[in-house]
Design a protein around this ligand. Structure first.
Ligand code: HEM
Length: 397
């Protein structure tokens, strides 16, 4: 009971914005650089040096004392806390999208995508949620992340950008596209497949608890540049100011950002994404020491391989609000996860999401839809690709 009261008390304090870490420039851990959004310096620990997939190797450390988890939710009178007023208005993106867009053009389109996602394993499903995020944050949700390198026209597309080397799930998109081209050629964009697959993966991984309609009608882009990835995708060492700024640049506010961060309750990370700034011996972070020691053991490889560990040590394959308990208990991988406790508004949202699971599920779906509207292409500046890895060749007569 005391623990529940303590959590609720902290929530109230956080909602009132009275936690003590909200000064601008609050650094992370002291040992890790937190460059400004425009900085070009890149910490050597990120990205993973080996994009080769390998199964998560992390075994859960001892769970927190049962008194601390889970508390009984209080009546949902205070969710969501007020968003940060500083967020700029979202860009006028997403207009033109509609739910059921393919109902008359290709009636089985959504079912075909869903079947392809269903066939994927849990790790690839997690990868699909991340693929959608990485697509939307660079050049908008236009499948630019799918374009393959082409020596003549574009040797360095987005997929070769540092944050994208560890993306997975491309083969699911290709399988869905192949089935869709067989069913209704030239109709369903790769950008929509990525968005629908991100939605479907969320539904499957949450056991249906997260369920939302995803508007469609996006066109595929023709521009894809690796050089645009680092400036647009937040790094794992980002502090809260940088996170807010990078989401705001896409028209997503602090409520959206904290809700979407719950995606770190699924999937994996390469150790190189966090070991330098978060693990012993250079561990100057506020990570739970026992958790850090366990992670260190799982990240230690006699061959020097870049091991992977589960994002969520407790329920690694479920898209749920466990992530927020992990943040609260200092058992998260990235400085950017831990940073959510370091400003009053984000801390309040973290506690609220931990306490009010359904509200977070609802908020997650809404934020995914909002993200799916970022800088979408239309027939005027996009196309419906025939193959998701390549732009259509111009007709040469
Ligand atoms: C808030 C800023 C974010 C940062 C700094 C961040 C960073 C990262 C990093 C470094 C990884 C591990 C990559 C690796 O080493 O293999 C990762 C994994 C992941 N991220 Fe994020 N991320 C952020 C937000 C998001 C959002 C908004 C989503 C989706 C809505 C998302 C979904 C995922 C998923 C599902 C994984 C696991 C992927 C897999 O298992 O293949 N992340 N993220």
């Amino acid at each position: 009971m005391a623990a529940k009261l303590a959590v609720l008390g902290t929530l109230v304090l956080a909602l009132l914005g009275s936690v003590s870490c909200q000064q601008a420039g609050y650094g992370y851990g002291g040992g890790n650089p937190t460059p400004s959004p425009t900085s070009t310096s890149t910490p050597p620990a990120y990205p993973p040096t080996s994009p080769t997939p390998s199964p998560p190797t992390y075994s859960s450390p001892a769970p927190p004392p049962p008194t601390a988890y889970p508390p009984t939710p209080s009546p949902p009178t205070t969710y969501p806390p007020p968003p940060t007023p500083a967020s700029p208005p979202p860009p006028a993106a997403g207009s033109g999208l509609s739910v059921g867009y393919y109902n008359d053009k290709c009636p089985r389109a959504e079912a075909i995508v869903r079947d392809a996602v269903r066939a994927a394993d849990v790790g690839i499903k997690a990868g699909l949620v991340r693929l959608f995020f990485h697509d939307c944050f660079v050049q908008g949700c236009d499948a630019s992340v799918l374009l393959k390198p082409d020596n003549d026209t574009n040797p360095q597309p987005e997929m070769l950008g540092i944050p994208n080397l560890s993306l997975r799930g491309f083969e699911v998109i290709d399988a869905a596209k192949a089935a869709l081209e067989a069913e209704c050629p030239g109709v369903v964009s790769c950008a929509d497949i990525v968005a629908l697959a991100g939605r479907d993966a969320s539904v499957f991984l949450s056991g249906g608890a997260i369920n939302f309609t995803m508007p469609a009608g996006r066109y595929d882009g023709k521009v894809s540049l690796a050089s645009e990835t680092l400036p647009n995708l937040p790094p794992p060492f980002a502090d809260v100011a940088r996170l807010k700024a990078m989401f705001a640049a896409k028209g997503l506010d602090t409520v959206d950002m904290v809700a979407l961060s719950g995606a770190h309750s699924i999937g994996r990370s390469h150790c190189s994404s966090f070991s330098r700034d978060r693990l012993p011996p250079s561990n100057t972070s506020d990570m739970n020491p026992a958790f850090a020691t366990q992670l260190k053991a799982n990240c230690t490889s006699p061959t020097g391989a870049d091991n992977t560990v589960a994002q969520d040590y407790k329920t690694p394959d479920q898209l749920d609000n466990q992530y927020y308990w992990n943040v609260i208990n200092h058992k998260v991988l990235f400085a950017s996860d831990a940073a959510l406790l370091k400003s009053g508004d984000t801390a309040g949202l973290v506690y609220a999401a931990a306490l009010f699971q359904q509200k977070w599920e609802d908020r997650f779906g809404k934020a995914m839809v909002k993200m799916g509207g970022v800088e979408v292409k239309t027939a005027a500046n996009g196309e419906i690709r025939k193959m998701c890895g390549y732009v259509n060749k111009p007709y040469s007569g």
